[in-house]
Design a protein around this ligand. Structure first.
Ligand SMILES: Nc1nc2c(c(=O)[nH]1)N[C@H]1C(S)=C(S)[C@@H](COP(=O)(O)OP(=O)(O)OC[C@H]3O[C@@H](n4cnc5c(=O)[nH]c(N)nc54)[C@H](O)[C@@H]3O)O[C@H]1N2
Ligand SMILES: Nc1nc2c(c(=O)[nH]1)N[C@H]1C(S)=C(S)[C@@H](COP(=O)(O)OP(=O)(O)OC[C@H]3O[C@@H](n4cnc5c(=O)[nH]c(N)nc54)[C@H](O)[C@@H]3O)O[C@H]1N2
Ligand code: SF4
Ligand SMILES: [Mo]
Length: 757
């Protein structure tokens, strides 16, 4: 606890105030990093009498310039919440939970794991590391290292229920070793089914995306948005294509059709760096604007205008979001978005400024050359269900519940959830609950009694972000995951711990838990961290041998993770408000003899496009019993399910549930008024809801935030905790054969008045 701030006595500054004692109430304000979402905004945190009391924007931060969002500003409520876990919990025989000291919890969990592995083998242990696990560098990697040491390949992330099409598309298309084009300064851009103004996902730079977008549009950028809802992002569009959901491959094929037909492609780039153009041109030939317009229910002229706008203006890439990845054919949609950029030559060229040079990661050579397609699926670990297996997006998470439920050799019997919440997030919540209840051992590493934690055998209570050091290295690494994301400049920040954990608490950090388990099991962990755009320019993996690491601190671990970076952590620490470093590099030319090319005619992707073309969309869309389409959308107040049990008034704004948004004319048609209770039914299951008008939606399309709701048997309390969208989604039909992602948006539903539980 710091009671006063000493100002340095500067003899030369005559006007400087003398040493001042700041009253205790004023607290101490320091720069730090909000780690709730990928943006990792630089913020100011005020600690008073050992308690975090305020988080606000940091005007001195050179990149974020004072920007924050409501979630970041609610960090004090999250850290100080009365329902935050201060002690790890163990399930008792009667089903209740009792606190357990962390060392004892690790002893018991290690014993249980040892027994399960001895009886059923390594594969019976799985880890599912989630969105909130990403706030802690080293945590998920350490969990992966533990699994590896146990001999289990069963490592899962949310990626295959998020945007798995990105990595599958990259494998079919290849990567460009100079990365992506900058958003800033481009004269056109295409965004398909994402809302970066709120989500900070990809596309628009996430240092105040609303402002970035506004600035670019004011400068002259013509934005094209494809979204069934007029989102905060779509409001800035020159052309907003507002189609029926699920028609993204059709629309993208239509745009490519026009660009090819009108000869607007970059012939020189195609000749030097691209294969498969003729195959692509042949496949899109049937996607005429008239066909696309009729199918997606948008004016054909809009398709023509959007294609011309995209192809004839300078700069401009295409980014897709979760919407199209959820609505089937996500791999193909992502692939066509890459093809669109490629046939227009939209990749950095030799001599261009390097867009996203590393700072805390190793420096790399950005080269204007392709790293061709690579095997993206059909290798490695196989699951026992649905003929799914490992792929470039990771093991198919949507199939894990069934993998737990299916008895026999290879069954998963113990699951460790690292900052993740299957019960809130996985498709088919009913099945997920059965799976969680079937496990021999469920461990949740969490900060609250989240939905899944309530079903766990042990809940490991962890420190919160501002109680641990933070750094921005993982944001730099996002560019290796997909295009359109990461800092747009060589920016980095480091933050020491800002506040102590609450007095009397017994909390651990994620990596320490995995390390502690490994120690007890007598396993040595080797933590590998590897990044790269493709087959070239991959930094060698950072390998951390944890053998001699009993006294390792988090700070020491970060040093190891950052070893080999362009700058040292110390250099970055010298700028507590973060810094845009002076990295003046240009893209290098193609290596002599390089024969690698991007591929826009990938055979399986072209076959899938032909399948889309021959699909009888009229029959699919005209179900009388389920006449509406439920699509996804996100709340600016919440990051998935995080903080849902914490009574953050600021976050819920007095509305703790997730309404069903519906066009007012659809509401009138159904005789519904705002706030009415409703039943939302899909072919798979049904949930209660509360309806709310939203004119930004297309008619017959309804939308709901995900990750709300209680356990399956708690539906009747929907006004208190909302409803779980995942319940309406079947995981085992209409799923992608490569990634396993089921149809999570564009779900056929009916909406009827009232809820009878
Ligand atoms: N229907 C539908 N389903 C969806 C989606 C959708 O849009 N619609 N979105 C999908 C997507 S994109 C994703 S990424 C997944 C998300 O899937 P998950 O990552 O599994 O879900 P989250 O809700 O983000 O889980 C975060 C968990 O971490 C906990 N937590 C919060 N802070 C901390 C912390 O500091 N430390 C630790 N250890 N834990 C913490 C929270 O309490 C919560 O339990 O959901 C997917 N599911
Ligand atoms: N505030 C906030 N920020 C977040 C999150 C959060 O929960 N809250 N979650 C984080 C996570 S885990 C992720 S993965 C990212 C996701 O970031 P985004 O992908 O930007 O997610 P959304 O904001 O849900 O935007 C998805 C959009 O897709 C549209 N859509 C739905 N179905 C279709 C379709 O079939 N076709 C088309 N073209 N559009 C469709 C929806 O109308 C919606 O506008 O956001 C991250 N940031
Ligand atoms: S956008 Fe909001 S939640 Fe994300 S890092 Fe910034 S302040 Fe935190
Ligand atoms: Mo996500």
């Amino acid at each position: 606890m710091t009671r006063h701030v000493d100002r340095p006595v500067d003899a030369e500054a005559q006007n400087a105030p003398a040493l001042q004692v700041v009253p205790e109430q004023a607290g101490v304000t320091v720069p730090t990093i909000c780690r709730l979402c990928p943006a990792h905004c630089g913020v100011l945190a005020t600690v008073q009498s050992g308690v975090l009391v305020e988080v606000k924007g940091d005007p001195e931060n050179p990149l974020f310039k004072g920007y924050t969002c409501p979630k970041g500003r609610a960090l004090p409520e999250l850290h100080n919440s009365p329902s935050r876990l201060l002690h790890s919990q163990k399930r008792q025989l009667d089903g209740s939970f009792a606190p357990i000291p962390i060392e004892q919890a690790m002893d018991e969990i290690a014993d249980r794991l040892r027994g399960i592995v001895a009886e059923h083998g390594g594969r019976s242990i799985a880890v599912y590391t989630g969105t909130s696990g990403q706030a802690y560098p080293g945590g998920a990697n350490m969990a992966a290292a533990l699994l590896q040491a146990i001999g289990s390949p069963m490592f899962f992330t949310p990626n295959p229920i998020d945007s798995p099409g990105k990595q599958i598309a990259a494998s079919a298309h290849g990567n460009w070793l100079a990365g992506d084009l900058p958003f800033s300064g481009a004269d056109t851009w295409l965004l398909v089914g994402l809302n970066p103004v709120l989500s900070k996902a990809n596309g628009v730079p996430f240092n105040n995306p609303a402002q970035r977008l506004k600035d670019e549009v004011a400068r002259g950028m013509k934005l094209i948005v494809v979204d069934p809802r007029r989102t905060e992002t779509a409001k800035r569009a020159t052309i907003h294509i507002q189609p029926r959901p699920g028609e993204d491959p059709t629309i993208l094929a239509g745009l490519i059709h026009v660009i090819v037909a009108e000869g607007l492609v970059d012939h020189a780039f195609i000749a030097s760096d691209v294969d498969g153009f003729d195959a692509l041109a042949r496949q899109v030939a049937q996607f005429t604007p008239e066909y696309v317009g009729a199918r997606a229910q948008v004016p054909p002229e809009q398709i023509v205008a959007a294609a011309r706008l995209f192809a004839t203006r300078r700069g401009g890439m295409a980014n897709c979001g979760t919407g199209p990845n959820f609505s089937q054919h996500g791999n193909l949609t992502e692939y066509l978005a890459l093809c669109l950029a490629t046939i227009c030559g939209r990749w950095p060229r030799a001599g261009d400024k390097v867009h996203r040079p590393n700072v805390l990661l190793p420096a790399y050579t950005a080269r204007a050359q392709a790293s061709g397609p690579f095997q993206g699926w059909g290798y490695g670990t196989r699951l026992r269900v649905r003929d799914l297996g490992d792929a470039a997006c990771g093991l198919p998470t949507a199939a894990l519940a069934d993998e737990i439920l299916l008895e026999g050799e290879g069954q998963v019997r113990a699951l460790i959830c690292n900052g993740s919440n299957p019960m809130a997030a996985w498709p088919d919540q009913r099945r997920t609950q059965q799976a969680m209840e079937k496990l021999d051992l469920l461990v949740c590493v969490d900060v609250e009694m989240a939905l899944t934690a309530r079903l766990a055998d042990y809940v490991i209570a962890t420190k919160m972000t501002l109680e641990t050091p933070g750094m921005t290295q993982r944001v730099e690494a996002l560019k290796y995951y997909t295009i359109g994301i990461g800092y747009p400049v060589p920016y980095a920040q480091y933050s020491p711990r800002v506040v102590d954990p609450p007095a009397g608490s017994d909390l651990i950090e994620e990596w320490q838990f995995y390390h502690g388990i490994a120690r007890r099991l007598g396993l040595n962990l080797t933590m590998g961290v590897k990044y790269g755009f493709g087959r070239y320019d991959e930094a060698p993996p950072t390998v951390i041998d944890m053998a001699q690491s009993d006294d390792l601190t988090t700070e020491g671990l970060y040093e190891k993770i950052c070893a080999g970076g362009r700058l040292t952590l110390d250099e970055v620490r010298g700028f507590p408000h973060g810094r845009v470093f002076d990295v003046d590099e240009v893209v290098a030319g193609k290596e002599p003899g390089c024969t690698e090319r991007l591929d826009v005619g990938n055979v399986p992707m072209m076959a899938e496009l032909a399948e889309v073309r021959s699909f009888d969309f009229n029959s699919e869309q005209s179900g009388e019993d389920y006449p509406m389409r439920l699509i996804s959308r996100r709340s600016n107040q919440f990051l998935n399910s995080a903080g849902r049990t914490l009574p953050g008034v600021r976050l819920t704004r007095g509305k703790p549930y997730n309404p069903l948004f519906m066009h007012p004319e659809d509401m009138a048609h159904l005789g519904l008024r705002s706030g009415d209770a409703i039943t939302i039914a899909s072919r798979h299951d049904r949930i209660p809801g509360i309806v709310e008008p939203d004119e930004t939606l297309r008619r017959h399309v309804v939308a709901m935030y995900h990750c709300f709701g209680g356990l399956v048997e708690e539906d009747d309390a929907y006004a208190l905790h909302g409803s779980n969208v995942g319940r309406l989604i079947a995981a085992d039909h209409e799923y992608d054969p490569i990634t396993g992602i089921p149809r999570m948006s564009n779900v056929a539903v009916s909406v009827s008045p009232g809820w009878v539980g």
